[in-house]
Design a protein around this ligand. Structure first.
Ligand code: AMP
Ligand code: GLY
Length: 432
């Protein structure tokens, strides 16, 4: 089977790395890809939201499966586009536009959860015409205040503010002064949930589902969760906070009601579903739905999945996911992100990267913001590379991942130094 992966980050390199191990992979393309995907597959210079160009390429190359990495093409309706174009025989891994709105509109996601009795924070939604009502609603809540731009805002659209006057001021900024642009035409104001976050990744064909390895993402730029939010600076898998009992609760209260809710609306969902949860007094609450896998969680998760990725995804597309027995390696995975100094703010690009081969002999090195230039590999983004190591002991996975990352050099290289440290403490405390 010929396969096309859409996207160009570490998540997509992890998917490509996994797909290349499949005996069913006849040829693999990544659009647009990065210097890493270019080494193992063929990069295609098409943006993931250029549906017409993607369709022409898919027809020309006789591609039978498209794995969609990021949310933008899903929310823009790539699945519906292919069906409308009559290309029903191309398997698209990802939900239809209607279902992708679980990520594309926080207001719709909240309404969906209410309709289906899925536990989530209390909320109300406001527009430019109801700013004053929004401020009245803020008066009914206690600090901190959670303000969310309704639409996609590149992971930046959530504000958590301690001071009520500042919260009201930011509500004005979003609704009246276009902070976050059109994404904040509506703003969801939410009750603050005090708890511990955990991400659960699900693969579903709409009727059946498999729970993929759990992971913990390290979102802040600095050690000890200090500083600005990023796309994610590292991950470990499994996340021991999500034990078997907790996962059962999530299945019962969140996953099954979500899939039933989607079916009631007759939404087609054959793809990945990423649940951002808050654990409050042992109970799961949904903070957000994502209709894709996480980055860098994917780089920690996929190396632990022993099944043939393409078989799993083909069964997903055929509605036969129940025929798969998911086999997950017992080992721990630790993923370290190497970033450009300055990220998530401004940073320099075009820096030469060395030491990749040496690191790659010891650990799994996956590219994110990289590009090739002649024989060299250069930085081209904020998050540049990830290094993942698997080991039976979490502390060894972490140590070896950091050890391999040391071989890699580029000017302005930055990484957190505490990935997984909290989980080691948790294990000690719980005597795991
Ligand atoms: P989101 O983009 O919805 O995942 O929000 C970004 C981050 O804001 C989450 O990862 C949480 O850390 C935090 N957050 C979002 N909603 C809430 C909430 N209702 N209560 C507490 N923290 C929240
Ligand atoms: N690492 C979080 C995300 O992919 O949304």
């Amino acid at each position: 089977m010929k396969v096309l992966i859409l996207g160009g980050g570490g998540r997509e390199h992890a998917m490509a790395w996994s797909a290349m191990k499949s005996k069913h992979c006849e040829e693999l393309f990544v659009a647009p890809g990065n210097a890493g995907t270019d080494r193992i597959a063929k990069n295609v210079p098409i943006a993931p939201t250029e549906f017409l160009q993607i369709k022409e390429f898919v027809e020309k190359e006789n591609i039978k499966m498209i794995i969609v990495g990021p949310e933008a093409p899903l929310v823009a309706g790539i699945k519906d586009f292919f069906i409308d174009a009559g290309l029903n025989d191309v398997h698209i891994i990802g939900p239809s536009k209607g279902a992708a709105m679980l990520e594309g509109s926080k207001d719709l996601a909240k309404r969906f959860m209410q309709e289906n009795d899925i536990p989530t924070a209390a909320h109300a939604t406001f527009t430019a015409n109801s700013v004053d009502e929004g401020k009245d609603f803020l008066n009914t809540l206690s600090s901190p205040y959670v303000l969310k731009a309704d639409g996609l805002a590149g992971g930046k659209g959530v504000l958590i503010i301690d001071d009520i006057d500042e919260a009201k001021n930011q509500l004005d900024e979003m609704l009246l002064h276009q902070k976050f642009g059109k994404a904040a035409d509506q703003v969801v104001i939410e009750e603050f949930l005090n708890g511990t976050e955990v991400s659960i990744f699900v693969l579903t064909d709409g009727d059946h589902y498999k729970i993929l390895p759990t992971a913990k993402d390290y979102k802040r730029i600095g050690d000890d969760d200090k500083g600005l939010n990023t796309g994610g600076m590292g991950a470990i898998s499994p996340n021991l906070l999500a034990d078997e009992k907790f996962i059962e609760k999530v299945e019962d209260k969140i996953i099954r009601p979500t899939l039933n809710g989607l079916k009631k609306k007759q939404y087609d969902y054959k793809g990945f579903l990423f649940l951002g949860l808050m654990i409050v007094e042992d109970e799961p609450f949904v903070i957000e739905y994502n209709v894709r896998l996480g980055d860098p969680e994917t780089q920690a998760i996929l190396p632990r999945v022993q099944n043939d990725l393409l078989v799993m995804l083909q069964k997903t597309a055929q509605g036969k996911l129940n025929e798969i027995d998911l086999t997950i390696k017992k080992e721990f995975a630790a993923t370290i992100v190497l970033a450009s100094n300055g990220y998530p703010g401004s940073y320099e690009k075009g820096r030469r990267i060395t030491g990749l081969d040496k690191a790659g002999k010891e650990s799994i090195v996956l590219h994110a913001g990289t590009r090739s230039s002649a024989e060299k590999i250069l930085t081209s983004g904020g998050r540049v590379l990830t290094v993942t190591h698997l080991s039976s002991q979490l502390k060894d996975a972490i140590r070896k991942s950091y050890g391999s990352a040391e071989h890699i050099n580029f000017s302005g290289k930055y990484n957190r130094t505490d990935i997984g440290k909290d989980m080691i403490s948790y294990m000690r405390k719980k005597e795991i």
